[in-house]
Design a binder for this molecule. Sequence first.
Ligand code: NAP
Ligand code: MG
Length: 476
Amino acid sequence: MFEYAPAPESRAVVDINPSYGLFIDGAFVDPADGASFKTINPASEEVLSEIAEAGPADVDRAVAAARAAYDKVWSRMPGRDRAKYLYRIARIIQERGRELAVLESLDNGKPIRESRDVDIPLVAAHFFYYAGWADKLAHAGFGPAPKPLGVAAQVIPWNFPLLMLAWKIAPALAAGNTVVLKPAETTPLTALLFAEICQQADLPPGVVNIVTGAGETGRALVEHDGVDKIAFTGSTEVGKAIARAVAGSRKKVTLELGGKAANVIFEDAPIDQAVEGIVNGIFFNQGHVCCAGSRLLVQESVYEPVLASLKRRMARLRVGDPLDKNTDIGAINSAAQLERIRALSDIGGEEGAERWSPPCELPDNGFWFAPTIFTGVTQAHRIAREEIFGPVLSVLTFRTPAEAVEKANNTPYGLSAGVWTDKGSRILWMADRLRAGVVWANTFNKFDPSSPFGGYKESGYGREGGRHGLEAYLDV
Ligand code: NAP
Ligand code: MG
């Protein structure tokens, strides 16, 4: 094994305030009842800051601010002027990229390599991309003068805190809506830094409002009478509850929920590249990815070499300090999520699958889970059916392409899938048959603001990204 000297990124590049208020009508304000909660660094359990918790009165105030900004300013502003604000925000995100990346890794636990090279560049790219649409809505194929919806309530999870914010806010503002966004309880800090960026960009007050809090704050927001549109990313369970709560109302809803993607390896695939794709598919972001390739389907004839190579590669993964530039796998986001991963993994063992992890030393403090694979998994096993949202891979086998399709589709979810083969014709044949919103061919977990992302079945409805992502914020 190689030894690496630590290469930590400096945390001095970001200033974290000891406490934060709610961002309403362009200013940081105290919550009506003074409630607050703490956000921690999951890699050390150190408290990072004390965050205001929004109650119903605060949500009311934020929705009122968004409504006033919509009526008086934002919906009346020409698209080319809205675009200027979005471009300005995109540029500030690039300028402050290092600060945002360090803050994201501190609050979330993800490796700095990922926050620096994936999350933050994609965040800027989303704002640039939708800035380009703001003055071209009449040419987006939704009629000559498509209208915005009004006030959007947006609730996001903790796995890609700033990226999910960008996916929600950039298209909403480009289309002329104003927003109230609730970040996840465990990862509010980059959303609050984004609020400062809105101030720096001179965005008119009330166009973006950030209400921090837990599930109750999210519920008060989505159930508020004053919102016209709900955009939610998170668990299928909460997504279903939201769909029930708003049924029969005028609110438009898009839901991005869970996934259990199949990553299908055919015998003619280049094995080394496929193994990199398997590793990226399940261990990227600690596996806290809704489209993670958590079910590996390997053609029987290449099962042995693929598994041997995968285990060799996994033994080289470095787990530890998220701020170290060598780190491949950072901390699990919370004690609660670690507990879910442990519980489902224990069930995997009890159900008879064989569990394997490379030897790896985990830090004493913080929340950690070694990269893990289960072999001998059958389709009925709970580890093959339920979303685990952690660095845990279930391995299954198949003999024919038809069997691969059948197994890949045998899931209540349908967010994404991967296909690895040397034959272009087989890629197209598979893509036609896989019931998944995104099918990656000879790659995995690639994102781009111009391509739509979203699910089939229990993975939700609506698309984010691209021209399709605009549609969700327009009255068409
Ligand atoms: P979650 O409970 O659905 O949380 C997503 C967001 O919704 C958070 O901001 C959450 O607030 C908020 N929320 C919770 N209850 C709500 C309610 N009744 N009404 C409105 N908003 C509500 O998901 P999670 O706790 O982050 O993770 C649980 C599981 O969801 C994971 O294990 C994973 O399976 C799945 N998940 C999927 C995705 C995805 O991208 N598809 C992302 C994350 C998680 P707080 O978190 O602040 O309480
Ligand atoms: Mg945190």
